[in-house]
Design a protein around this ligand. Sequence first.
Ligand code: PEP
Ligand code: MN
Length: 335
Amino acid sequence: MIIVMRKDADPTQVKRLQQDMEALGLQVHISQGENNMLMGLVGDTSAVDAGKIATLDIVNDVKCIQEPYRKVSRKIHPENTVVDVNGIKIGAGEFTVIAGPCSVENEAQICEVAQSVKDSGADLLRGGAFKPRTSPYAFQGLEGEGIRLLCEAKKKTGLPIITEIMSSEDIDLFSDVDVIQIGARNMQNFPLLKKVGRLQKPILLKRGLANTIEEWLMSAEYILAEGNPNVILCERGIRTFETKMRNTLDLSAIPMVKKLTHLPVMVDPSHATGIPWMVEPMALAAIAAGADGLMVEVHNDPSKALCDGAQSLRPEEFADMMKKIKKTAAFFKTL
Ligand code: PEP
Ligand code: MN
């Protein structure tokens, strides 16, 4: 970080600022330029409040050279993080596919979808038990019973399960869940991020509806800062001016996030587009962009689904797409 001070800055105030910075464990280098006096800060500047420093009358500007996140940064941790979910290694080079319905509706539905996606080659089963719905009158999920049914489906198929948490009050219900999902609407629920950061369980952190990459990575930093390194990022489309699709899938975020962080990154083309026939082309494009995996909604009878039927693939469509995904992922590995 560089603090650009006035050329004629009061030496007593400069000295006080220097002492404050040294008290934070930083090395301070001061140099007199032609038009400014510069104070360079070397070390971990994450505790420095740049905004507050900028209000001092000796300061003209504060320039942050280092990103505000450290633990998720590839500069600090160059090697890829591999998140191990019951032996499935996410981020290790194999393409991982999570599939299942938007919501768990009943035992027959979740077990039928689980078996079909497993037969098609999915690695994990998804299903919402606590649903973040725009309308309070819409189906809110089966909650604890939904998690119990997911566990039944896991028992029958062997597929590890992932489901979304909405409140830290429910955390005890997630003890048998293999991956906890933090949904787009909760990406900046900081108390919830801290709570899941105190677990060692893998966390899939979706990008918020209108959040920048930096905000997304800062949310991941919350989880790592509490001691949980097992974070998977998931791009699920962002709000733009475009209304033809449910959201705009920001595929350019994939190479950017892979460059900035060591965490695995997945893509959810179902929520990103909201249109079933767009899921496959976007899934294949996600492979080309360097994603580590996909999350796809699949329902045995989309017309009767209690949530997101309009974007869900039928099991046979998913089976067909999986053949192309396997070929495409294998091709990109050869490049
Ligand atoms: C979901 O995965 O069911 C979901 C609600 O996704 P998002 O948080 O991305 O909207
Ligand atoms: Mn959904």
